[in-house]
Ligand binder design. Sequence first.
Ligand code: 3PG
Length: 216
Amino acid sequence: MARPMTAGTAAADVLDGIPIVPVIVLDDAAHGPDLAAALSAGGIRTAEITLRTDAGLAAIGRISAAFPDFVVGAGTVLTASDVDRAVDAGARYVVSPGWDDEVIARAADRGVVALPGVATATELQRAAKSGLDRVKFFPAEQAGGLPMIEALRGPFPAVRFLPSGGVTAANAAAYLASPAVFAVSGSWMASRKAIAAGDWTGIARASADAIASIPV
Ligand code: 3PG
């Protein structure tokens, strides 16, 4: 039987009013607070810190300690134990590239938002059955972009999407103009290279440009 979920409802709280979710890969946890400060200076108040590097988890901890109002999430969350490690470090939402029942269940148990990646109607049906009303659409550009979101929306009008993968300064506004999209996600304003180089000014500027491009 499908497990009743609270994560979809929780998503409405923690991510409400957040239109852009930077996807972060960093190699040095000490960069976390500087990165959060640069994103904030540009008007972005969240970051999905991926667990792709060893530094990810520690960076989540450092950012949450330094900036309690900054909404830190964890990305590339693949297992229930990843959920635990991320939440223990301070993550307030968890993002996955695909669907995993144990990740969804553990996120609900821990009271944090789960954003599983979906790219097909089958996965979306699973999300709807589980009570999730917000999902990541991944990899967005490769999986059909906005036309695919609009097509998937037909049978699932209540579900809203976070497109991620190939979203850039050039197409973010088009995604955000769709009522099916609650936020866009990507690395274009804070690349791994820019973070490693400590280019906080460039990251703040690209973040401000991203916020300025949001359709009103
Ligand atoms: C990812 O998984 O890395 C995200 O979807 C971001 O993709 P991007 O680097 O194409 O923005």
